[in-house]
Ligand binder design. Structure first.
Ligand SMILES: Cc1cc2nc3c(=O)[nH]c(=O)nc-3n(C[C@H](O)[C@H](O)[C@H](O)COP(=O)(O)OP(=O)(O)OC[C@H]3O[C@@H](n4cnc5c(N)ncnc54)[C@H](O)[C@@H]3O)c2cc1C
Length: 418
């Protein structure tokens, strides 16, 4: 989004992407079944061997952290939820109404997917309603809803052209040059100004000169580049942990449904039906056939504590996080109980996360400029690293709104300087 906005402002943009073009994982799941049943898939990081565009890091406590490494970033793996959640930015005095209004016109979003819901999804929705959990149909980033076949594989990439992903943002923009397979290792600084970045692998790394650098390598990627460049980041990483609670349910078929079709917003967490492929393949408790598992996702806002240096991911959960999780688990048990499933029959998924951010948070001091004084004048950030705290909600739409505003601000400030 930042690249797009800078191009629209008239800049010649070089977009340096660590990954290559995205390819969905299209293999027949049946071929993996013998290995799964034999317990040969025991570490989530093994997924990279089959599907290199999905990166999994393990934190010290075992939480699996998932992200995309391809043109389009993690949006390629997303379930397409398009949720506005900017109250913490608004609290700092950062207004994004204009940007969200533009996004409504520029990025296809729809709630018109209910016709494709299964009987069980409808029953879950009704149960959530009966329990006063106020379920809301989830708006989805959909390029062409008619192409969605409810294959249930959004997180493995959409092979049908239904899901919208962020690579579309630079299509047709002549002044954006996309360089693939170009991981940025550091920014170059002279006399308190950034002069460019170093990108590429080993001996073929090269310098790209620039008047303005915007880092948007994601909540785990951006802090690594900053740290390697001598700008220390803050150990305030959040990740929005996810835990699925599942139960056996003959013919559930959630593995062949649009994931997260509706969402229930609760204090500090959300609940949503979700078939968890990560747990299905890598968690011993999930050995039954995928079609017979009913599962509800808890996604929670976590405390800002943790760091990533490119090798070690430190993301401990605090007591307060476990308290939120316990509250959410009790509520999921209530849903299962209303469906006639006692808590003893349920089982947990693998604790995982995919919404990293918070390592260079904005404060009120930066609300007007969206730029930290601790960084050179011509170095900006445009991803969830800037979020002041975890939102416990799908962040793509809000990241894009913020990135739009950052890019425009950066363009204005750079034009003033030159
Ligand atoms: C399975 C899954 C499902 C999700 N579903 C949703 C959803 O439905 N809705 C939602 O709102 N959010 C969802 N999310 C979260 C969302 O996808 C991410 O939070 C969001 O994409 C982050 O955007 P970003 O631009 O900050 O980072 P990313 O999308 O991760 O993009 C960062 C890009 O930078 C590249 N990069 C990293 N390091 C470097 C480097 N050193 N040099 C050059 N390039 C680099 C990466 O390859 C990547 O392309 C999901 C996450 C996961 C894991």
């Amino acid at each position: 989004m930042a690249a797009r906005e800078l191009a629209i402002c008239g800049f010649n943009v070089t977009l340096l992407e660590a990954g290559r073009d995205f390819r969905p994982f299209t293999a027949n799941m049946e071929t993996l079944e013998p290995a799964r049943r034999a317990g040969m898939l025991f570490d989530e990081r093994m997924i990279e061997l089959l599907f290199p565009q999905m990166r999994v890091d393990k934190a010290q406590d075992g939480m699996a952290h998932v992200r995309g490494c391809a043109v389009g970033g993690t949006t390629t793996l997303a379930t397409g939820n398009a949720v506005r959640y900017d109250r913490y930015l608004a609290d700092l005095g950062i207004g994004l109404d204009e940007e969200f209004a533009e996004l409504e016109r520029e990025v296809p979003q729809t709630t018109e997917h209910r016709a494709g819901w299964s009987e069980l999804t409808e029953r879950l929705f009704a149960t959530f309603e009966e329990l006063g959990l106020d379920p809301q149909v989830t708006p989805k980033f959909m390029e062409d809803p008619s192409r969605c076949v409810a294959c249930g594989r959004c997180v493995l990439g959409c092979q049908f052209g239904a899901k919208w992903t962020a690579d579309k943002l630079i299509e047709g923009l002549e002044n954006v040059e996309l360089v693939r397979n170009a991981p940025v290792s550091r920014v170059l600084v002279e006399d308190d100004r950034v002069t460019g970045v170093v990108a590429g692998h080993g001996p073929i790394a090269r310098t790209y000169a620039a008047d303005l650098v915007v880092l948007a390598a994601g909540g785990l990627g951006t802090p690594c580049i900053l740290d390697a460049s001598g700008f220390s980041t803050s150990p305030t990483l959040f990740v929005d942990p996810v835990l699925c609670i599942a139960a056996p349910w003959d013919g559930a078929g959630l593995d062949r449904q649009l994931p997260m079709p509706f969402v229930s917003q609760q204090q500090d967490y959300i609940l949503s039906p979700y078939f968890d492929w990560l747990s299905f393949y890598f968690n011993k408790g999930w050995r039954m056939p995928s079609g017979n598992i009913m599962s509800i996702m808890i996604k929670m806002a976590d405390t800002s504590a943790g760091s990533y240096d490119g090798r070690h991911l430190d993301k401990p959960l605090a007591d307060a996080d476990y308290e939120v999780l316990a509250r959410a688990i009790d509520q999921v048990y209530e849903v299962f109980a209303a469906l006639g499933v006692p808590a003893e029959r349920t089982f947990y998924g693998t604790l995982n996360a995919g919404h990293p951010g918070g390592c260079y948070p904005l404060t009120r001091d930066e609300a007007a400029t969206l730029h930290h004084d601790s960084l050179p004048n011509n170095l900006y950030l445009a991803d969830a690293s800037l979020f002041p705290r975890s939102i416990g909600n799908p962040p793509i739409l809000t990241i894009m709104a913020l990135a739009k505003k950052v890019a425009r601000q950066a363009a204005r400030a750079t034009s003033d300087l030159t």
